[in-house]
Write a protein that binds this ligand. Structure first.
Ligand SMILES: Nc1ncnc2c1ncn2[C@@H]1O[C@H](COP(=O)(O)OP(=O)(O)O)[C@@H](O)[C@H]1O
Ligand SMILES: N[C@@H](CCC(=O)OP(=O)(O)O)C(=O)O
Length: 381
């Protein structure tokens, strides 16, 4: 077998989701071990020093619980109980290694399917990044009934990457990347450094299943990569206990497998925004806001809103119109429902909390949620 991957450059990124598998966080005796976590924490700290944003999806709660209670042959309920026991030590492990505050975020399948809970999770994650905390995300194993369990953190990591519009998903596991067959069972297995598109032949390479401590093996990692690719996000698989692979990442190089996204994330998102069905609602804005949007590519703030037409909910697709006339300037996903927007229209963003008693952020429509339509716009999109 040719076991060696060679280094390749990674595309530039500003926001990453890093997923760490259980196998990397154990000590060989069934409990938590900190050696690999320390190296990965160092890498995350290095990225933070560079001003880049990282969210961590960490497995290891069940493994940590099992280390404390030495249980074997577990069914779902036993795993859920052990996850509840192990979640705190797992989080404490990371907190002990990080300089920045860590934030526990437990998500379930339900949270991702329910629009309101999804949006709240999204806002909280964005706020955590804004204040410089490290979100540490795991599945909420205790409440997830078997048929609604996400089941593996690879797919959870892809959902989080899409939710926060990450530029890249970095998956740390116990093998150097994808091989053409199971690296321990297939003597002819060769490394696969780069994948343009995940085909059924590529999925078949993962039939060997997971390692002793993992859940989905390479199969769920490729599933995650497929989800990310269609959202314009690249995925990198690397070995989290290989010092060379970690050193390479610190220099924006990859020793492992890179799975290309299908297209430019921004273009894909703007395309999606352009074609999302309208809610029938509209927002009228003053000339200063027209200039900010169309010439400077700014977000729409409440101060520039002079009229709200129709009734719409938070996250509805609304048209943005000038003070008079029906020529649409832009369209976008609104952060405040129409009744709340009427109350904050014309006010400074810093007054939102006082006026509404809550705050979904300082913008009415965030730049990344908006697409410009006016032919005279000089701002991008
Ligand atoms: N084609 C393949 N290439 C590499 N690893 C594979 C392949 N097929 C199965 N595997 C297994 O997948 C394991 C990694 O997945 P998993 O055990 O779920 O790890 P994690 O805990 O990091 O999620 C590897 O250790 C290996 O045993
Ligand atoms: N939520 C579980 C992790 C499940 C999981 O996907 O594990 P892994 O395949 O090691 O990433 C735990 O914390 O133990």
């Amino acid at each position: 077998m040719t076991s060696a991957f060679t280094e390749q450059p990674l595309p530039p990124w500003q926001r990453a989701v890093i997923k760490v598998g259980s196998s990397l966080l154990t000590d060989g005796k069934g409990g938590l071990g900190k050696r690999n976590a320390a190296a990965l924490a160092g890498l995350i700290g290095h990225f933070a020093d560079q001003g880049r944003e990282v969210l961590l999806v960490s497995s290891g709660a069940v493994a940590a619980g099992r280390g404390l209670l030495a249980r074997h042959n577990m069914g779902v309920i036993q795993r859920q109980a052990l996850a509840a026991i192990g979640q705190t030590p797992m989080l404490a492990l990371w907190q002990g290694l990080m300089e920045q505050p860590v934030a526990q975020v437990l998500l379930s399948h339900d949270d991702l399917r329910n629009r309101r809970r999804y949006l709240n999770a999204q806002s909280t994650l964005r706020e955590l990044l804004r204040i410089g905390a490290l979100p540490i995300i795991n599945e909420n194993d205790t409440v997830a009934v078997a048929e609604l369990k996400l089941g593996d953190n690879d797919n959870l990591a892809a959902a989080v990457a899409t939710m926060v519009e990450a530029d890249i998903l970095l998956i740390a596991t116990d093998t150097s990347g994808l091989f053409t067959g199971h690296p321990l069972e297939d003597p002819d297995a060769r490394p696969v450094p780069k994948i343009d598109e995940i085909t059924t032949d590529i999925m078949r390479m993962t039939s060997g299943g997971a390692g002793e401590l993992g859940t989905g093996g390479m199969y769920t990692k490729l599933e995650a990569a497929i989800k990310c690719a269609s959202a314009g996000i690249g995925t990198a698989l690397f070995c989290g206990h290989d010092a060379k692979a970690i050193a390479a990442l610190a220099e924006d190089r990859l020793l492992g497998t890179y799975i290309e996204p299908h297209g430019d994330q921004l273009v894909a998102r703007k395309q999606w925004l352009r074609h999302t069905p309208p809610s029938g609602g509209a927002i009228r804005i003053d000339p200063g806001a027209v200039e900010a949007l169309c010439e400077h590519g700014a977000s729409l703030l409440p101060g520039g809103v002079i009229g709200v037409e129709g009734d719409f909910s938070r996250d509805a697709m609304v048209d943005v119109l000038p003070a008079e006339g029906s020529c649409r300037l832009a369209r976008g996903l609104v952060q405040y429902q129409s009744s709340d927007l009427r109350r904050i229209a014309g006010h400074h963003s810093s007054d939102i909390q006082k006026l509404l008693g809550f705050d979904h952020g300082h913008s009415v429509i965030r730049r990344e949620d908006m697409v410009l339509l006016a032919p005279t716009s000089t701002a991008e999109f």
